[in-house]
Ligand binder design. Structure first.
Ligand SMILES: NC(=O)c1ccc[n+]([C@@H]2O[C@H](COP(=O)([O-])OP(=O)(O)OC[C@H]3O[C@@H](n4cnc5c(N)ncnc54)[C@H](O)[C@@H]3O)[C@@H](O)[C@H]2O)c1
Length: 274
C-alpha cells in the first residue's frame, strides 16, 4: 500500500544486487511511495545484470561506483543531483562484504589484508560517502542518511567473524558524522540493526540457516524480513521521523532484548534428552 510518504523526495540507494537484497526491496518501496532515486553498486555487480531490471521497473538511472573509491563517489553524488534535479533527501548505504568470511579464514586466523579490504567496503565507505555528501553540500535540510548493521556489533556471534568489528565501526561513524550533519545541515544519520535475512551477504555467514531458525524462535515477533526492513527504511526517510538521529535502531522482532525464550528452552531440553 502506498501512502505517498516520499513524494517529491530524491535519493541514492546503494547495494541492490538481486531481488533478495534489502536495498532492492527498499527501491521498490521507495518507488511506490513516490520517490525519485539513483541506484548504484560496484561496477562488477552492475555487470551481473539483475539491477538493470530494477532500474527499468522503478524508472531510475544506474551509476556504477565502488563505494571505497572517492572519485567514484564524487562522480555519483554530482551526477545524481543533475539527474534528479536538485539536492538529495535520502541516502541508503546497504553494503557489506568480508574477504575473511568469503575465504573461510577463522577470526583467530584473519588475514589483515583481507580485514582491511572488508573494513574499507563495509565500514569506512560510509564515512567516505558522507564526507563527499557533506563537502558538496548535497543533502537537503531534514534529509535522512541510513546504513544497515547487525547486532554482532554489540554481542558475540562467533561466525560473524570480522564483520562484527566492521559493524561496530560503522555504527560509530553514524554517531560521529551524524553530529556534524545535524549541526550544519539538519540532516539525520542512523543505522538499522536488522534480523538475519536470507540475502547473498547474509547467507555467506557460516551456519546461517541454523542461526536464522534460532533467531526466529528467540524473537517474540519472529525475524524481520527484507520487505519489513524496507518498510522501516521508508519511515526513516519520511518526514514522520525528523528528530531521530545518532541512533542504532534494532529492527529484529525483539531479539536484541531477549535472554531466552520458551521455544528455545524446549528445543534445548529435547536435545539434552536425546
Ligand atoms: N542479510 C542479513 O542477514 C543482514 C542482517 C543485518 C544487516 N545486514 C546488512 O544489510 C546490508 C545489505 O546486505 P544484504 O543482506 O541486502 O545483502 P546483499 O549481498 O544483497 O547486499 C550487499 C551489497 O554490497 C555491495 N557491495 C559490495 N562491495 C561493494 C563496493 N566495493 N562498492 C559498492 N557496493 C558494494 C554488493 O554488490 C551488494 O549489492 C549490508 O550492510 C549487510 O551487512 C544484512
Amino acid at each position: 500500500m502506498s501512502y505517498n510518504l516520499l513524494k517529491g523526495k530524491r535519493g541514492i540507494i546503494f547495494g541492490a544486487l538481486d531481488e533478495n537484497s534489502i536495498a532492492w526491496k527498499t527501491a521498490e518501496r521507495a518507488h511506490e511511495e513516490g520517490a525519485k532515486f539513483v541506484l548504484t553498486n560496484a561496477p562488477v555487480a552492475l555487470r551481473m545484470g539483475g539491477i538493470k531490471e530494477l532500474a527499468e521497473k522503478t524508472g531510475s538511472e544506474l551509476i556504477a561506483a565502488d563505494a571505497t573509491n572517492m572519485e567514484d563517489l564524487e562522480n555519483l553524488i554530482e551526477k545524481s543531483q543533475e539527474i534528479l534535479g536538485g539536492k538529495l533527501d535520502f541516502v541508503l548505504h546497504s553494503i557489506g562484504m568480508s574477504v575473511n568470511v568469503r575465504k573461510g579464514k577463522h577470526y583467530t586466523e584473519n588475514n589483515y589484508k583481507f580485514s582491511e579490504k572488508g573494513w574499507d567496503i563495509s565500514a569506512l565507505s560510509f564515512h567516505k560517502t558522507m564526507q563527499v555528501l557533506y563537502q558538496k553540500e548535497a543533502m537537503n535540510e531534514w534529509g535522512s542518511i541510513l546504513a544497515l548493521t547487525y547486532m554482532a556489533a554489540q554481542r558475540v556471534f562467533p561466525d560473524y567473524n570480522d564483520m562484527a568489528d566492521n559493524k561496530a565501526y560503522l555504527e560509530s561513524i553514524a554517531r560521529s558524522f551524524g553530529y556534524f550533519f545535524g549541526e550544519k545541515f539538519k540532516v539525520r544519520v542512523n543505522t538499522i540493526s536488522q534480523s538475519p535475512t536470507p540475502t547473498t551477504a547474509g547467507s555467506g555467514v557460516k551456519g546461517f540457516d541454523g542461526f536464522l531458525k534460532y533467531a526466529e524462535e528467540m524473537s517474540p515477533l519472529g525475524n524481520a524480513s527484507a520487505d519489513e526492513c524496507a518498510d522501516y527504511i521508508i519511515s526513516m526517510f519520511s518526514d514522520l521521523t525528523k528528530k531521530v538521529t545518532l541512533q542504532n535502531l534494532f529492527h529484529d522482532g525483539g531479539f536484541s532484548n531477549m535472554g531466552v525464550s520458551d521455544k528455545i528452552m524446549k528445543a534445548f531440553e529435547k536435545g539434552l534428552e536425546k
